[in-house]
Design a protein around this ligand. Structure first.
Ligand code: ADP
Ligand code: ZN
Ligand code: ZN
Length: 695
């Protein structure tokens, strides 16, 4: 089906007579927002359709593009058009609806179609590799075997649980809409049995011979969901994420496309995976910001899958214990149906949360005496303790206490973090490293000291206080090696570790049945962030981390160290729970006219010379002011909160409006103006629709 054709091969399929005069409009993976016209290969007589890959001459090189339109017209003289070298697919890679989604994404996120296809097509196919190699011999056998498997395999392995009434209502609401479109928020506290609800929805979709696509934030951090699906369903599960080889990824993609895998689990880019019989779409941890692509084609997989559900007439389930404000507003506006699981399933109770005021307290490497005592108590009872500190390395600042010198990154407006294992100073923005000086480079004093606590330092302190206990640290530094994360998680789950400490990695979805104490060491920086989303993130993070405690028979306790015990939002979060907390910040957003009550599009620019980016954005603003007839608010330009990064000076210009459609149309006009502006060639610039951060 994906055979490549040279023009000498015999050609199966439909023959068209008028093909000779066809002009193919091809999307090429460049940021240029235009299509390129080509003629079919000489004597090519098969039907050509949107969604087929073609190999084309492009400048001095060859490129793989995708046919977007087959037409009879071109703005260029016919004689000047080049021919496609090879047509790579006989059958389009995408269905009409998926092509519609791709078009929609390109227009909504104002990216070129070529860039969207680039995200949507597996690397193996993007490189023009010839899939027939895979499909021939052994692979054909592989696919046939799988086919047989699917038929016999819909029987389950693990037994379904008896649902509580809320779970039952959730499953029922979703499954009765199969065949139509509706978005659901499955809003269940951690441990309330959301995964069980997914499983029973999947079961019903499988019975109807439909496929279920599940998006997860990061496969490495949510290994459990795949394990649980495997334990439950005796059928092929296609898993798509970036840690696979291109060949593995392509195989999974093909299984999904051919309907051989009834269950498809993947990260962000899996939103474009073709499905033969789409039934239900699920987004687990819908609030997670990793569903938003942060460079190139900047899309939100969560938002796109809802659009896809609408196009393919499938229900979409957004599951989380801490809904995003965007989703909560959509619930208020009755666009989404709210399914609530208010209690933990089984016998588990929600943990108690205590604020530990650390003002005027002496901290030992970030630990208060009270906390050390509490950890001791829990460990004595044979339980596990989890400590959360969202800062890796030994200490975030390395300072001379004689003259105040600190080690700055040469390329970023950032201080370098001290690491001891291995020994280095490292910039966490550009990854540049340097050796640790013995004398102060400014005053030559030998008085250089670490300032502040990172996970490495916390681990050292814990080793001192709890020498007889096994401690596991989880952060980007300890999990670089392949398999290290899995191993560490297993050590904790099997009860072979007593203390687990780490960054936000430990907050995500893991099930640690023996953890009874969770301590959150430093949240205060979030209270003063310039980012208007930081409070939302903090509330989600605290709730998620706290949710790791007491998930089984043992009850859980959470301690929050802070210098701001009186902060009204912290109090709301702890006393009234995440719902009230979210309602409160949603109100604040409303009074401030911030998203989700308004829409943002951000233009970012950067350049090696200072002021260039700002100058460019000032020009953009002038153009924008000329075009602006619909009260679009234009804010800035301003230097980015951290202006210099990896040697580039960065600036941004923000557009805000209460009407999404107006803002979209306005930006479309503006972009074509910017593209032709001479200054646009002096900077790198990009556009971010619905930006998730302002950096
Ligand atoms: P969530 O995904 O919301 O965090 P899970 O689906 O992981 O929650 O469920 C938490 C625990 O509760 C699991 O051990 C699960 O087996 C159990 N559980 C879920 N639903 C039920 C139920 N209806 N009856 C008994 N136990 C349940
Ligand atoms: Zn000094
Ligand atoms: Zn740097």
């Amino acid at each position: 089906m994906f055979m490549s054709l040279s023009d000498t091969e015999p050609l199966p399929g439909t023959i068209q007579s008028s093909i000779a005069s066809n002009i193919l409009r091809v999307a090429v993976p460049t940021p240029l927002r235009k299509l390129f016209d080509y003629l079919p290969p000489e004597n090519y007589s098969l039907e050509l359709l949107p969604g087929q890959r073609v190999q084309i001459p492009f400048g001095a090189t060859e490129q793989i593009g995708v046919i977007v339109e087959v037409t009879q017209e071109s703005d260029h003289p016919f004689e000047k058009l080049k021919r496609v070298n090879v047509v790579l697919d006989i059958i389009p890679l995408f269905s009409k609806t998926l092509l519609e989604l791709i078009h929609w994404a390109s227009s909504y996120y104002q990216s070129s179609l070529g860039e969207v296809f680039d995200a949507a097509i597996p690397g193996w196919l993007r490189k023009g590799k010839n899939p027939e190699v895979l499909l021939k011999t052994s692979e054909t056998a592989f696919l046939q075997k799988k086919k047989a498997l699917v038929q016999e395999a819909q029987a389950q392995r693990e037994k379904a649980l008896v649902l509580n009434p809320e779970q039952h209502y959730a499953v029922h609401s979703v499954t009765q809409t199969i065949g139509g479109f509706q978005t659901f928020l499955l809003d269940g506290v951690t441990g309330s049995g959301k995964t069980e609800v997914y499983c029973q929805i999947i079961e019903q979709a499988l019975q109807k011979s439909q496929q279920v696509l599940i998006l997860v934030p990061e496969i490495g951090l949510t290994p459990q969901i795949v394990a649980r699906l495997k334990a439950r369903f005796n059928c092929p599960i296609a898993v798509l994420h970036s840690l696979l080889t291109e060949k593995q990824r392509f195989k999974a993609w093909l299984q999904a496309k051919e309907g051989l895998a009834p269950i498809v689990v993947g990260t962000r880019s899996a939103v474009f995976t073709p499905l033969k019989n789409p039934g239900v779409f699920i987004v687990d941890e819908e609030h997670d910001t990793s569903f938003k692509q942060q460079d190139g084609f900047r899309y939100s997989a969560r938002d796109l899958i809802i659009r896809r559900g609408q196009l393919e007439q499938c229900p979409v389930v957004l599951g989380t214990a801490t809904p995003s404000l965007e989703t909560l507003l959509n619930v208020q506006l009755k666009r989404y149906q709210h399914l609530k699981l208010p209690v933990r399933a089984g016998n588990a109770e929600l943990p108690t949360i205590q604020i530990l005021d650390i003002r005027h307290k002496k901290l030992d490497e970030g630990l208060s005496a009270q906390l050390i005592h509490n950890i001791q108590e829990h460990l004595k009872d044979g339980n596990q303790v989890l400590l959360f500190l969202n800062r890796r390395g030994f200490s975030p600042v390395f300072m001379c206490f004689d003259c105040g010198w600190v080690k700055q990154c040469l390329r970023c407006d950032a201080k370098m973090t001290l690491h001891y294992r291995p020994k280095r100073l490292q910039c966490h923005h550009c990854e540049a490293t340097c050796f640790i000086p013995k004398h102060c480079p400014a005053c030559d004093a030998k008085n250089l000291n670490p300032l502040g606590v990172g996970t490495e330092r916390l681990e050292a302190a814990l080793q001192k206080h709890f020498a007889n206990y096994k401690i596991v640290r989880l952060d980007r530094d300890t999990t670089r090696k392949k398999g290290a994360l899995k191993e560490a998680l297993e050590t904790v789950q099997l009860g072979k570790a007593d203390i687990l400490l780490g960054t936000q990695m430990i907050a995500k979805g893991h099930h640690f049945p023996n953890v009874t104490l969770v301590a959150i060491l430093d949240i205060d920086s979030a209270l003063f962030s310039v980012d208007f989303r930081s409070m939302e993130r903090m509330g989600q993070l605290i709730t998620q981390v706290a949710g790791r405690a007491g998930r089984a028979e043992k009850s859980g306790h959470v301690i929050l160290q802070t210098c701001h015990p009186e902060h009204y939002l912290i109090k709301t979060l702890l006393k009234k729970g995440f719902d009230s907390f979210a309602a409160e910040i949603l109100n604040e957003r409303k009074s401030a006219s911030l998203p989700p009550y308004s829409y943002h599009i951000l233009i970012r620019a950067d350049a090696k010379k200072s002021d260039r980016a700002l100058n460019f954005l000032n020009e953009v603003k002038k153009e924008a002011n000329k075009l602006n007839k619909s009260n679009i608010q234009i804010l800035g330009p301003t230097p980015a909160p951290m202006e210099r990064r990896i040697g580039y000076y960065r600036a941004q210009l923000l557009f805000q409006s209460h009407q999404r459609g107006r803002l979209q149309r306005f930006m479309q006009q503006l972009v074509s103006e910017i593209g032709s502006h001479s200054l646009s060639r002096t900077v790198r610039w990009s556009m971010d629709v619905d930006p998730m951060d302002m950096y």
